[in-house]
Design a protein. Sequence first.
Length: 353
Amino acid sequence: MPPRIAVDAMGGDLGPAEVVAAVKIALSEDQDLAPIVLVGQQEVLTPLVAQAGLAANPRVSIAHASEVITMEDKPLKALKTKKDASMVRAIELVKSGEAKVAVSSGNTGALMAGGTLRLRTMNGVDRPALAAFIPRDGGNFILVDAGANPEAKPEHLMHNAVLGADYARVAFGIENPRVGLLTIGTEEGKGNALIAETHELLKKINGSVLNYVGPIEGFQVFRNHVDVVVCDGFVGNILLKTWESLAKFITGMLKDELKKDPVRLAGAFLAKGAFGALKDRMNPDRYGGAPLLGLRGNILKAHGSSNRHAWASAIRAAGKIIRQDLYHRIEDDVAKANELIKAPAPAAPAATN
């Protein structure tokens, strides 16, 4: 059986019709996309698949799941009581090897907990990390961890760097992505004990496993300085949500200012294309969701409010993860990194008279 993408068709805000429409878009845009299995209530999905003209498509199938985990459900309770939920079944397909990636826009806490509990972390990784795309000057960077592990140890942040670098290679097509450790200053010794110890670990694996450019400060994050920003899940989640809220604030403030003057409005009309491009670039939905990295299988989290185009981006990203074998890239590099940090430091050169 060829590798498949398991899509949780019942999660998210816009319903399964939007997911089925996204599958049609993704398949039409990527002729090499892996087969897709839609996971959810068969009586709901079957007519939607037929209406989309996908009923006879050999690359589309349905796996029945009778229950749905809602956004209001408590994650751990839902995983225990809704064992036939579409999200759970999608993860189980990855665990059994029937699918290579599970994609869901449902309850984030349940997806992270379900992925971690059912798939477990891969060899050599203690904690998974959530990676997020964020635009910066001249392109994008990957933020890792964006919220999976708020109480990290130095080894966890070192693994985050490896996970993020390998995902950047897949997502951006960059062979040697630049990795920076987020802190309060670039000088040696700046930051807390967690940062200092992580910095030493990253120096040990620099050049062999990743391209570590050193500590970076907040004002460097949105410049073309690094491709991967490494931090713990507490800091990362604050940064991610602050950026998302700031993007909305700037967009709203710009609209308010433009409406104050007819001349400004006329200028805005002439620059409509530029404003549309800016809005599109700042929209996190266009980047294909956030993978939960470091598990014994691939999990991809799409935004809860994803429309069909955002869903299609997430499905295409899942296809890229399969084609470029992200899992084994990470497994190999984590093993190398763990060996390097265990190796004794080289002896200092003998003093000469």
